[in-house]
Design a protein around this ligand. Structure first.
Ligand SMILES: [Zn+2]
Length: 299
Protein backbone atom coordinates (compact mmCIF):
# COMPACT_ATOMS: atom_id res chain seq x y z
CA UNK A 1 0.00 0.00 0.00
CA UNK A 2 1.18 3.53 -0.79
CA UNK A 3 0.84 6.65 1.25
CA UNK A 4 -1.81 6.74 3.93
CA UNK A 5 -3.43 9.36 6.13
CA UNK A 6 -2.91 8.54 9.80
CA UNK A 7 -5.22 10.36 12.19
CA UNK A 8 -3.83 10.93 15.70
CA UNK A 9 -6.29 13.47 17.00
CA UNK A 10 -10.07 13.42 16.65
CA UNK A 11 -11.25 15.60 13.73
CA UNK A 12 -14.35 16.55 15.71
CA UNK A 13 -13.21 17.17 19.31
CA UNK A 14 -9.41 17.15 19.07
CA UNK A 15 -8.96 14.37 21.64
CA UNK A 16 -6.01 12.00 21.18
CA UNK A 17 -7.75 9.17 23.02
CA UNK A 18 -8.45 7.16 19.87
CA UNK A 19 -8.64 3.41 19.50
CA UNK A 20 -9.41 0.74 16.96
CA UNK A 21 -12.89 -0.77 17.09
CA UNK A 22 -12.86 -3.34 14.29
CA UNK A 23 -11.62 -4.14 10.79
CA UNK A 24 -13.92 -3.95 7.79
CA UNK A 25 -13.40 -5.36 4.31
CA UNK A 26 -13.56 -3.34 1.10
CA UNK A 27 -15.94 -5.75 -0.67
CA UNK A 28 -16.57 -3.32 -3.45
CA UNK A 29 -13.16 -2.91 -5.09
CA UNK A 30 -9.96 -4.10 -3.41
CA UNK A 31 -10.99 -6.81 -0.90
CA UNK A 32 -8.45 -5.14 1.44
CA UNK A 33 -9.11 -4.62 5.16
CA UNK A 34 -9.30 -1.20 6.78
CA UNK A 35 -9.67 -0.33 10.44
CA UNK A 36 -12.53 1.70 11.86
CA UNK A 37 -11.44 3.71 14.91
CA UNK A 38 -13.45 5.57 17.52
CA UNK A 39 -12.73 8.64 19.63
CA UNK A 40 -12.99 7.72 23.31
CA UNK A 41 -14.02 11.27 24.15
CA UNK A 42 -16.82 12.15 21.69
CA UNK A 43 -17.58 8.79 20.03
CA UNK A 44 -16.75 9.92 16.48
CA UNK A 45 -15.84 7.02 14.19
CA UNK A 46 -13.49 7.23 11.23
CA UNK A 47 -11.49 4.96 8.92
CA UNK A 48 -7.84 4.90 10.00
CA UNK A 49 -4.87 4.89 7.60
CA UNK A 50 -6.87 5.53 4.43
CA UNK A 51 -4.95 5.92 1.16
CA UNK A 52 -4.18 9.61 0.58
CA UNK A 53 -5.76 11.80 -2.10
CA UNK A 54 -3.36 10.59 -4.79
CA UNK A 55 -3.91 6.91 -3.94
CA UNK A 56 -7.64 6.80 -3.13
CA UNK A 57 -8.86 7.11 -6.74
CA UNK A 58 -8.10 3.48 -7.51
CA UNK A 59 -10.53 2.45 -4.77
CA UNK A 60 -13.31 4.08 -6.79
CA UNK A 61 -12.50 2.12 -9.93
CA UNK A 62 -15.24 -0.43 -10.28
CA UNK A 63 -17.67 -1.10 -13.13
CA UNK A 64 -20.34 -1.46 -10.45
CA UNK A 65 -19.96 2.05 -9.15
CA UNK A 66 -23.54 2.85 -10.02
CA UNK A 67 -23.65 6.40 -8.78
CA UNK A 68 -21.00 7.18 -11.41
CA UNK A 69 -21.20 4.71 -14.27
CA UNK A 70 -24.99 4.59 -14.16
CA UNK A 71 -25.32 1.02 -15.31
CA UNK A 72 -28.78 -0.57 -15.15
CA UNK A 73 -27.53 -4.14 -15.20
CA UNK A 74 -28.81 -6.51 -12.55
CA UNK A 75 -31.68 -6.46 -10.11
CA UNK A 76 -29.78 -4.49 -7.47
CA UNK A 77 -29.00 -1.70 -9.90
CA UNK A 78 -32.52 -1.59 -11.32
CA UNK A 79 -33.90 -1.29 -7.80
CA UNK A 80 -31.35 1.40 -7.06
CA UNK A 81 -32.55 3.39 -10.08
CA UNK A 82 -36.20 2.97 -9.14
CA UNK A 83 -35.45 4.11 -5.61
CA UNK A 84 -33.38 7.00 -6.86
CA UNK A 85 -36.24 8.43 -8.89
CA UNK A 86 -38.48 8.36 -5.82
CA UNK A 87 -35.75 9.92 -3.70
CA UNK A 88 -34.94 12.66 -6.23
CA UNK A 89 -38.36 14.25 -5.94
CA UNK A 90 -38.25 13.88 -2.17
CA UNK A 91 -34.83 15.58 -2.04
CA UNK A 92 -36.02 18.49 -4.17
CA UNK A 93 -38.96 18.86 -1.78
CA UNK A 94 -36.58 18.93 1.21
CA UNK A 95 -34.65 21.80 -0.44
CA UNK A 96 -37.73 23.94 -0.99
CA UNK A 97 -39.07 23.26 2.51
CA UNK A 98 -35.73 23.85 4.26
CA UNK A 99 -35.13 27.15 2.48
CA UNK A 100 -38.75 28.29 2.23
CA UNK A 101 -37.95 29.15 -1.39
CA UNK A 102 -39.44 27.89 -4.64
CA UNK A 103 -36.36 29.01 -6.54
CA UNK A 104 -32.88 30.17 -5.59
CA UNK A 105 -29.17 29.44 -5.75
CA UNK A 106 -28.07 25.89 -5.07
CA UNK A 107 -24.62 24.36 -4.68
CA UNK A 108 -24.66 20.58 -5.13
CA UNK A 109 -21.36 19.07 -4.00
CA UNK A 110 -20.56 15.62 -5.36
CA UNK A 111 -23.23 15.93 -8.03
CA UNK A 112 -22.26 12.61 -9.63
CA UNK A 113 -24.09 11.90 -12.87
CA UNK A 114 -26.20 15.02 -12.32
CA UNK A 115 -29.72 13.67 -11.77
CA UNK A 116 -30.48 15.83 -8.73
CA UNK A 117 -28.81 18.98 -10.10
CA UNK A 118 -30.76 18.52 -13.34
CA UNK A 119 -34.08 18.13 -11.51
CA UNK A 120 -33.40 21.29 -9.48
CA UNK A 121 -32.62 23.16 -12.70
CA UNK A 122 -35.96 21.99 -14.05
CA UNK A 123 -37.61 23.28 -10.89
CA UNK A 124 -36.17 26.71 -11.71
CA UNK A 125 -33.15 26.77 -9.40
CA UNK A 126 -29.78 28.15 -10.45
CA UNK A 127 -27.49 25.22 -9.78
CA UNK A 128 -23.74 25.04 -9.37
CA UNK A 129 -22.72 21.39 -9.57
CA UNK A 130 -19.33 20.15 -8.46
CA UNK A 131 -18.07 16.63 -9.13
CA UNK A 132 -14.58 15.19 -8.85
CA UNK A 133 -15.06 12.27 -11.27
CA UNK A 134 -14.55 13.30 -14.90
CA UNK A 135 -16.61 10.40 -16.31
CA UNK A 136 -19.55 11.44 -14.15
CA UNK A 137 -19.20 15.07 -15.26
CA UNK A 138 -19.10 13.92 -18.86
CA UNK A 139 -22.28 11.84 -18.33
CA UNK A 140 -24.09 14.86 -16.85
CA UNK A 141 -23.08 16.98 -19.83
CA UNK A 142 -24.09 14.37 -22.42
CA UNK A 143 -27.29 13.25 -20.72
CA UNK A 144 -28.68 16.51 -19.36
CA UNK A 145 -26.55 19.25 -20.90
CA UNK A 146 -25.60 19.96 -17.30
CA UNK A 147 -22.27 21.67 -16.80
CA UNK A 148 -20.52 20.50 -13.66
CA UNK A 149 -17.07 21.58 -12.48
CA UNK A 150 -14.22 19.75 -10.81
CA UNK A 151 -13.05 20.59 -7.29
CA UNK A 152 -10.91 23.49 -8.52
CA UNK A 153 -14.18 25.41 -8.71
CA UNK A 154 -14.29 25.51 -4.89
CA UNK A 155 -11.72 28.31 -5.11
CA UNK A 156 -13.99 30.47 -7.25
CA UNK A 157 -17.16 30.39 -5.11
CA UNK A 158 -18.28 33.66 -3.54
CA UNK A 159 -19.09 34.06 0.15
CA UNK A 160 -22.79 34.02 1.10
CA UNK A 161 -23.86 33.22 -2.44
CA UNK A 162 -26.06 30.14 -1.97
CA UNK A 163 -29.54 29.62 -0.52
CA UNK A 164 -28.85 25.93 -0.21
CA UNK A 165 -25.88 23.58 -0.21
CA UNK A 166 -26.52 19.86 -0.66
CA UNK A 167 -24.28 16.85 -0.05
CA UNK A 168 -26.13 13.62 -0.81
CA UNK A 169 -23.91 10.88 0.60
CA UNK A 170 -20.81 12.93 -0.11
CA UNK A 171 -19.49 14.36 3.18
CA UNK A 172 -18.25 10.93 4.28
CA UNK A 173 -15.97 10.89 1.19
CA UNK A 174 -14.32 14.31 1.66
CA UNK A 175 -10.76 14.19 2.95
CA UNK A 176 -10.69 17.74 4.36
CA UNK A 177 -13.71 17.49 6.64
CA UNK A 178 -13.19 20.62 8.75
CA UNK A 179 -11.89 22.83 5.97
CA UNK A 180 -15.06 21.96 4.06
CA UNK A 181 -17.24 22.57 7.14
CA UNK A 182 -15.87 26.12 7.35
CA UNK A 183 -16.37 26.63 3.63
CA UNK A 184 -20.02 25.55 3.80
CA UNK A 185 -20.53 28.29 6.39
CA UNK A 186 -18.83 30.91 4.21
CA UNK A 187 -20.61 30.03 0.97
CA UNK A 188 -24.07 29.86 2.51
CA UNK A 189 -26.30 32.93 2.85
CA UNK A 190 -27.14 33.78 6.47
CA UNK A 191 -30.62 32.28 6.19
CA UNK A 192 -29.55 29.46 3.87
CA UNK A 193 -29.85 25.72 4.53
CA UNK A 194 -27.17 23.05 4.44
CA UNK A 195 -28.52 19.55 3.70
CA UNK A 196 -26.23 16.64 4.51
CA UNK A 197 -27.21 13.00 3.93
CA UNK A 198 -24.94 10.37 5.46
CA UNK A 199 -25.23 6.76 6.65
CA UNK A 200 -26.00 6.40 10.35
CA UNK A 201 -23.73 4.00 12.22
CA UNK A 202 -26.10 3.84 15.19
CA UNK A 203 -28.89 2.51 12.95
CA UNK A 204 -30.62 -0.82 13.55
CA UNK A 205 -29.02 -2.32 10.43
CA UNK A 206 -25.52 -1.06 11.38
CA UNK A 207 -25.83 -2.67 14.80
CA UNK A 208 -27.28 -5.88 13.34
CA UNK A 209 -24.46 -6.39 10.82
CA UNK A 210 -21.58 -4.93 12.83
CA UNK A 211 -18.30 -4.88 10.88
CA UNK A 212 -20.08 -6.43 7.85
CA UNK A 213 -22.46 -3.48 7.39
CA UNK A 214 -22.04 -2.41 3.75
CA UNK A 215 -22.30 1.29 4.54
CA UNK A 216 -18.93 1.33 6.31
CA UNK A 217 -17.77 1.22 2.67
CA UNK A 218 -14.09 1.46 3.58
CA UNK A 219 -11.82 3.05 2.50
CA UNK A 220 -14.13 5.33 0.47
CA UNK A 221 -16.07 6.39 3.58
CA UNK A 222 -13.57 8.24 5.72
CA UNK A 223 -16.01 9.48 8.37
CA UNK A 224 -18.86 7.57 10.01
CA UNK A 225 -21.51 9.82 11.51
CA UNK A 226 -24.29 9.29 14.03
CA UNK A 227 -26.88 11.88 15.08
CA UNK A 228 -24.71 12.68 18.14
CA UNK A 229 -21.50 13.25 16.18
CA UNK A 230 -23.29 15.19 13.43
CA UNK A 231 -24.54 17.48 16.20
CA UNK A 232 -20.91 18.08 17.26
CA UNK A 233 -19.80 18.65 13.65
CA UNK A 234 -22.63 21.18 13.16
CA UNK A 235 -21.72 23.09 16.35
CA UNK A 236 -18.04 23.12 15.48
CA UNK A 237 -18.78 24.97 12.24
CA UNK A 238 -21.42 27.42 13.48
CA UNK A 239 -24.52 25.45 12.54
CA UNK A 240 -27.46 23.97 14.38
CA UNK A 241 -29.47 20.94 13.29
CA UNK A 242 -33.01 22.08 12.51
CA UNK A 243 -34.37 18.72 11.44
CA UNK A 244 -33.35 15.13 10.77
CA UNK A 245 -35.15 13.18 8.07
CA UNK A 246 -34.94 9.36 7.73
CA UNK A 247 -34.11 7.81 4.35
CA UNK A 248 -35.86 4.41 4.63
CA UNK A 249 -35.05 3.20 1.11
CA UNK A 250 -31.33 3.47 1.81
CA UNK A 251 -31.77 0.90 4.57
CA UNK A 252 -33.21 -1.67 2.17
CA UNK A 253 -30.39 -1.08 -0.29
CA UNK A 254 -27.66 -1.31 2.37
CA UNK A 255 -29.13 -4.52 3.83
CA UNK A 256 -29.38 -6.18 0.40
CA UNK A 257 -25.84 -5.12 -0.46
CA UNK A 258 -24.56 -6.43 2.89
CA UNK A 259 -26.23 -9.81 2.33
CA UNK A 260 -24.75 -9.95 -1.17
CA UNK A 261 -21.25 -9.20 0.20
CA UNK A 262 -21.71 -11.88 2.85
CA UNK A 263 -22.42 -14.36 0.05
CA UNK A 264 -25.60 -15.60 1.69
CA UNK A 265 -28.05 -17.68 -0.30
CA UNK A 266 -31.10 -15.67 -1.37
CA UNK A 267 -29.24 -12.52 -0.41
CA UNK A 268 -31.88 -10.36 -2.08
CA UNK A 269 -34.73 -11.74 0.02
CA UNK A 270 -32.70 -11.81 3.22
CA UNK A 271 -31.60 -8.23 2.63
CA UNK A 272 -35.15 -7.15 1.91
CA UNK A 273 -36.33 -8.82 5.11
CA UNK A 274 -33.57 -7.22 7.21
CA UNK A 275 -34.29 -3.89 5.55
CA UNK A 276 -37.95 -4.23 6.46
CA UNK A 277 -37.11 -5.14 10.08
CA UNK A 278 -34.74 -2.18 10.34
CA UNK A 279 -37.34 0.12 8.84
CA UNK A 280 -40.05 -0.97 11.28
CA UNK A 281 -37.68 -0.60 14.23
CA UNK A 282 -36.89 2.99 13.18
CA UNK A 283 -40.55 4.11 13.25
CA UNK A 284 -40.67 7.13 15.50
CA UNK A 285 -36.99 6.65 16.35
CA UNK A 286 -34.99 8.47 13.70
CA UNK A 287 -31.69 7.71 15.44
CA UNK A 288 -32.19 4.09 14.31
CA UNK A 289 -32.66 4.93 10.63
CA UNK A 290 -30.03 3.57 8.22
CA UNK A 291 -29.34 6.95 6.64
CA UNK A 292 -30.38 10.43 7.72
CA UNK A 293 -30.68 13.81 6.06
CA UNK A 294 -29.61 16.57 8.44
CA UNK A 295 -30.99 20.05 7.77
CA UNK A 296 -28.54 22.60 9.17
CA UNK A 297 -28.83 26.36 9.49
CA UNK A 298 -26.43 28.98 10.76
CA UNK A 299 -26.65 29.59 14.53
ZN1 LIG B 1 -13.62 13.15 19.48
Amino acid sequence: MGRVVHIDCCPICGSNSLHKEFSAVDHFVSQECFDVWICGHCGFRFTQNVPDEQEIDKYYESADYISHSDTEKGLMNRLYHFARNMMLTAKAGHVTRATGLRQGWLLDIGSGTGYFAHLMTEWGWTVRAIEKNSQARHFAQEHFGLKSDDEEAFNTLQDKSFDCITLWHVLEHLQHLNIMGDKFYRWLKDDGALLIAVPNNTSTDAIHYGADWAAWDVPRHLWHFSPATMQLFAQKHGFKIMKTIPMPLDGFYVCMLTEQYLGHKMSFLRGFWQGACAWVSSWGRKERSSSLIYVLKKV
